[in-house]
Design a protein around this ligand. Structure first.
Ligand code: ATP
Ligand code: MG
Length: 592
């Protein structure tokens, strides 16, 4: 009986629903064995995280196991560097394959012998058409294929030629081994697909032992069956390859006892889900590699790259990426995910995790005229508003302090509640201050704001119940430390890079901005790998590669709430339109 409402009602995704039904019917003896099969030709990206979380998640949920198998069938593009990076990234993400680390190349000998068995069954032949000819003969969805002139070679001749292919008697590309299926199939994938090609290239594991290599469709199903994978999960573009997956294994099951190679035991089944597509980014490994080799970014670990290593270095946590991978769901619907969903996941995680600190990104000096010269004090500031148990810290306060340039407007637009002439604001955890006058340079740009403070408001509250609308973060000038900051914007400036032109033309030229900010003294002693929320400016992470002891370099992981970002933008727009060029000049001419 089928009951379509069942999976949804139980909160299962469609693959979990299949697995639960399989377990009920004791298919695969109730086992759940999945695999994550990366090709080691690049570093893992955020899309892979979805597949990793799904495959390893199923293994864990159903008490089964998950293999890590490198699909290393193309020695031209694969390297040990990638094999190592991929393992690091999966471990960091929080998953463990235990002893189940495999390589498709572990099975090269068996795959070859299966090729011989298929030839003996009349199910494979050596074809001497060139690559172009093979494509031309294959036709397409609208055009039927036509038989290769080599399709009827005798079994003996095929066997001899396949052995000679292995022995290196032919030039690269001279022949292929093809599966003899059906050139008239409505599914072009089934039109006698090649399963072996001649390619003289040194393999990162098997070195020069082979000059013929199996193709993905052939190698993948065999690897799954040899490892007794039960549920082989891949992305939707392989849907039309499933009949081929099944066909190969069906033939191999008929290998007679006593043959030089035994039939594989596993009975895996392929299931397809839709891949993650995230806007403002590219996920093709070819394109990511191009960004690296042509130095558009500093490497695979550039904090702007949506590789797992880039995200980690930027300050994304493994927890947030796992939460993201789960939140996007597992379906067969092809759709785009907004970058905001990823940013929301890290914000949510860091909001709880990151202690607060004050750091002024673009400083504007404030002098508090009625604060005694030469005097200094410390005020207590909360470390985490949601975690009172983290207590408070002592932050130095004095006559001269820095606030953000954008937190002051000499001629404020409507709705601007931050510092402005004659108005009072709260300095977080310290005092109310009121702007008395401004000091300008020869060009008329504001270089300093003169204020008064109300000593009775210590701690940031007024005893007479007076309210202020704006609360600013600040840093005392005398004790401020210089803070190296990197702000990132999206690497691409359009939602779908490369849609109608070279994707490199869609790179955002302003994706990286470096600043020297002013921070409270404790920031100097932060260690690499530490997170903070810098009040009102975002979540920051001390870069593990570039930070030095006593000199952290801070990556902005993500800005604060979207609503805050919108409020900021609204202010800027209001300034630009209501006040005209004069005010814009203040914004840009203030001393950096
Ligand atoms: P390429 O960019 O060369 O097409 P790939 O992204 O498919 O490569 P693989 O190393 O073959 O890279 O991928 C390993 C596994 O990760 C595959 O099972 C693949 O389906 C899955 N995967 C890759 N990209 C995504 C994605 N965007 N969303 C979900 N799964 C993905
Ligand atoms: Mg692939």
């Amino acid at each position: 009986m089928t009951d379509d409402s069942k999976p949804a009602a139980q909160g299962l995704n469609f693959i979990e629903a299949i697995i639960e039904a399989d377990r009920e019917s004791a298919k695969h003896g109730g086992d759940v064995v999945t695999r994550f099969p990366p090709e080691p030709n690049g570093w893992l990206h955020i899309g892979h995280a979805k597949s990793i979380a799904l495959n390893f998640g199923l293994g864990l949920k159903y008490g089964g196991r998950t293999h890590l198998r490198f699909d290393d069938t193309n020695p031209l593009t694969e390297e040990v560097e990638y094999v190592e990076a991929i393992q690091n990234d999966i471990k960091w993400l929080g998953f463990d394959w235990g002893k189940h680390l495999y390589f498709a190349s572990d099975y090269f000998e068996k795959m070859y012998l299966y090729g011989e068995e298929l030839i003996k069954m009349g199910k494979a032949y050596v074809c001497s058409l060139s690559g172009d000819e093979v494509s031309e003969y294959r036709g397409d969805f609208f055009k039927p294929g036509k038989d290769s002139p080599y399709r009827e070679r005798s079994i003996d001749e095929n066997l001899q030629m396949f052995r000679d292919m292995r022995a290196g008697k032919f030039k690269d590309g001279a022949h292929t081994l093809r599966l003899k299926i059906d050139m008239a199939s409505g599914n072009p994938t089934m039109r006698d697909p090649p399963c072996y090609r001649i390619r003289r290239a040194t393999h990162h594991r098997t070195s020069d032992a082979w000059c013929i290599y199996p193709l993905y469709d052939y190698a993948h199903c065999i690897s799954d069956a040899l490892e007794n994978i039960t549920h082989s999960i891949c992305t939707l573009e392989f849907e039309s390859h499933r009949p081929l997956y099944d066909w190969v294994l069906e033939q191999l099951r008929t290998i007679p006892p006593g043959a030089p190679v035994a039939a594989p035991t596993g009975q895996p089944h392929q299931y397809e889900f839709s891949r993650l597509k995230l806007n403002y980014t590219v996920m093709s490994k070819r394109k990511l590699l191009q960004l690296v080799t042509e130095k558009h970014v500093s490497g695979w670990e550039d904090p702007r790259m949506l590789t797992l290593a880039g995200l980690r270095r930027r300050g994304y946590t493994a927890e947030s990426l796992r939460a993201f991978a789960t939140s996007v769901g597992v379906t067969k619907n092809d759709s785009w995910t907004d970058m905001g969903v990823l940013e929301g996941a890290i914000r949510e995680d860091l909001n709880l995790r990151a202690p607060r600190a004050m750091c002024v990104l673009r400083p504007l000096k404030i002098v508090i005229e009625n604060y005694p010269e030469g005097e200094q004090e410390t005020v207590d500031v909360q470390n985490h508003p949601l975690k009172p148990e983290l207590g408070t810290r002592k932050v130095p306060f004095g006559r001269e302090i820095y606030i953000e340039q954008e937190d002051f407007q000499e001629v404020p637009p409507k709705g601007f509640f931050r510092l402005q002439p004659g108005k009072e604001v709260r300095l977080r955890g310290a005092y109310f201050v009121k702007c008395e006058r401004v000091v300008k340079d020869a060009d008329g740009a504001v270089v300093e704001v003169r204020c008064s403070y109300d000593p009775s408001t210590r701690g940031g509250d007024s005893p007479d119940g007076r309210k202020v609308k704006g609360t600013l973060h600040w840093v005392a000038a005398a004790t401020a430390v210089d803070v190296d900051i990197r702000l990132f914007d999206r690497l691409f400036s359009v939602e779908q890079p490369g849609t109608d032109r070279d994707f490199l033309l869609d790179l955002n030229p302003h994706s990286l901005e470096t600043l020297q900010a002013k921070g409270e003294p404790m920031l100097a002693s932060s260690s690499s790998g530490q997170h903070f929320q810098f009040e009102r400016t975002g979540y920051f992470f001390a870069d593990p590669k570039d930070s030095k002891p006593g000199a952290p370099v801070w990556n902005r992981v993500v800005g604060l709430k979207d609503s805050w970002a919108k409020e900021q933008r609204a202010d800027v727009r209001a300034v630009g339109t209501a006040q005209g060029a004069d005010v814009r000049a203040v914004g840009t001419a203030q001393k950096r």
